[in-house]
Design a protein around this ligand. Structure first.
Ligand code: NDP
Length: 513
């Protein structure tokens, strides 16, 4: 531990006036994430009094019934609520019931947003947050445009911005098609494609760590780094998302978006300045340099796994195939482990091992940068029993957020004993603050017009370009177990042993066990 932070308070300025229209406002994401995050922003004065929230969905509800739901969502999703904090927020919440494909809904929406904009003096700035099933994204944007609620190019005040949830497409063709449909009615600068991982402070810290510190950037390459490991381990099953998940699988749900974003942050070059377009361009360059998974020269494999029944933290868990909404013979993966290479001069020959799974032993997301061994050790005679281990730099993303460096040190005593030591910087302890929720950061960024943490058109298409051939191969074989091998693992375990073999055959091992 390195004492406590005593530097300046680093908070965003308060966003300007705006109204927030949430489509799919009766749904899970709205209650669990959007409302609690907006409330936190309101309480912390990151959004001004000049704002309103207007929920839109088919469910029949009046403003008061919606406010009751909003209040419940706050009670469930926000830890510390002071007396009197909710009223001002709830007063600013409104609801409109209507079909997503009916012009009448949008006519009513236009009237209501105009009135609310005047009432709350939001300068006609508006964000449309589309939190519906993905099949509705296109029709909602089309109807918004036809009915005069969005106009292409309205990027600055009075702005009209659109937040689109993940998944953005299911393969390359559908992502290109969705981009084309949205870009018919909106400028790229008006589209905010969410990847909530990017809203995490520790994820953003990767760039600060690499590019604001001379000591790391100099060794951040194939000469010093042996390999990189990225693990996203979840202790939850597919739960209520089983229906969606059985169509998508974990490669679509996790690799195409969150994990590729983490790879790009570790691997990208520094742009000339911290600018959304420049940063997003650098990420695209990394994605273009990733060797295709289906390339025959790729000495990798991708291991697919699926959980059987088991026990997680003392709780009995059904097999994936027994989950309601999952086909009883489903071959969809709930786990994968992969090795990828980035074919550029910085990373040539450095493997990136990626591993993600559901229903595993613990919840943990981390990036481990494993350095090479010291080329020659003068301590040979002193360390026979414990050979020197290489340095490892870990970015903890969840649940523990921080940076952890493993290095060698002399153990106190008369003998020259060397043993690894961990230098731990736990964010929450050091900064003494609750870290913002990822959606808080992203919603505020959208209000501020900052697209840095959102996917660009090119980025999303290149990520699908990488994953789609692999998915097509699997689909061609109809996910037949024999052709696209599926390895079963017990719920509550570390995943299939074949994932260990993937890395161990290269003489390495996973940092987390
Ligand atoms: P829901 O399934 O809860 O759907 C949201 C709302 O959309 C529902 O309340 C319903 O409202 C309406 N709706 C649902 N199905 C249909 C349908 N077939 N036709 C028309 N309207 C429908 O979704 P979530 O809130 O879970 O997610 C919203 C979006 O966010 C999705 O794209 C999802 O992939 C994404 N997302 C969700 C996460 C989560 O944790 N929930 C995490 C990450 C992304 P009504 O019937 O009242 O119109």
């Amino acid at each position: 531990m390195i004492g406590k932070y005593s530097g300046p308070v680093c908070e965003f300025e308060t966003a300007g006036p705006c109204g927030i229209v949430i489509f799919g406002a009766s749904g899970d994401l709205t209650s669990r994430k959007l409302i609690p995050s907006l409330f936190e922003l309101y309480v912390r004065r990151r959004i001004p009094d000049n704002f309103f929230i207007l929920g839109v969905a088919r469910s029949a509800m009046d403003h008061d019934a919606f406010r009751e739901r909003v209040e419940k969502a706050i009670d469930l999703g926000v830890k510390a609520i002071k007396p009197g904090q909710k009223q001002g927020f709830l007063r600013r919440c409104y609801y409109l019931s209507g079909q997503y494909n009916s012009d009448e809904t949008y006519k009513n929406l236009k009237n209501l947003t105009t009135d609310l904009s005047e009432k709350y003096r939001t300068l006609s700035n508006v964000i449309f947050n589309i939190a519906t099933p993905p099949a509705l994204y296109k029709v909602i944007v089309e109807k918004l445009s036809i009915n005069g609620l969005v106009e292409k190019g309205k990027t600055e005040s009075p702005f009209q911005r659109v937040i689109v949830e993940k998944p953005f497409g299911t393969d390359l063709d559908s992502a290109v098609d969705l981009n084309q449909s949205l870009l018919k009615y909106l400028a790229e600068e008006q589209i905010y494609r969410i990847d909530h991982y990017l809203g995490k402070d520790t994820v953003q810290n990767i760039l600060a760590f690499r590019f604001a510190n001379l000591i790391f950037e100099n060794v951040w390459n194939r000469n010093y780094i042996d390999h990189v490991q990225i693990t996203v381990s979840e202790a939850v099953t597919v739960e209520h998302r089983a229906g969606y998940f059985d169509q998508a699988g974990l490669v679509r749900d996790m690799l195409q978006n969150h994990m590729l974003q983490l790879v790009t942050l570790v691997a990208m070059e520094a742009p000339a300045k911290f600018d959304a377009e420049l940063i997003r361009d650098e990420k695209v360059k990394v994605m273009r340099a990733i060797r295709p998974f289906t390339d025959v020269s790729q000495p990798s494999a991708i291991i697919r796994g699926q959980y059987k029944e088991g026990e997680i933290n003392g709780r009995k868990v059904k097999a994936y195939r027994q989950e309601p909404g999952v086909k009883t013979n489903s071959s969809m993966e709930t786990f994968f482990a992969a090795k990828l290479f980035i074919d550029n001069s910085r990373w040539e020959g450095v493997p990136f091992y990626l591993r993600a799974g559901k229903a595993l032993k613990e919840k943990k997301t981390q990036i481990a940068v494993v350095f090479k061994e010291v080329p020659h050790s003068m301590f040979v005679d002193d360390i026979k029993e414990n050979p020197l281990e290489p340095n490892v730099l870990i970015f903890g993303i969840q649940p523990q957020q921080g940076v952890f460096l493993k290095y060698q040190a002399k153990v106190p005593g008369s003998k020259m004993c060397i043993y690894p030591l961990n230098m731990n910087l736990n964010y929450a302890d050091y900064y003494g603050v609750e870290l913002s929720d990822d959606y808080e950061t992203l919603l505020l960024d959208c209000m501020m017009g900052d697209q840095t943490l959102f996917w660009s058109k090119k980025g999303i298409e290149f990520s699908w370009n990488l994953i789609t051939p692999l998915l097509k191969e699997w689909e061609k074989s109809n996910y037949d177990n024999k052709k696209v091998k599926l390895y079963f693992y017990e719920a509550g375990s570390r995943g299939p042993v074949e994932a260990d073999e993937l890395i161990e055959q290269d003489g390495r091992k996973w940092m987390l066990s």
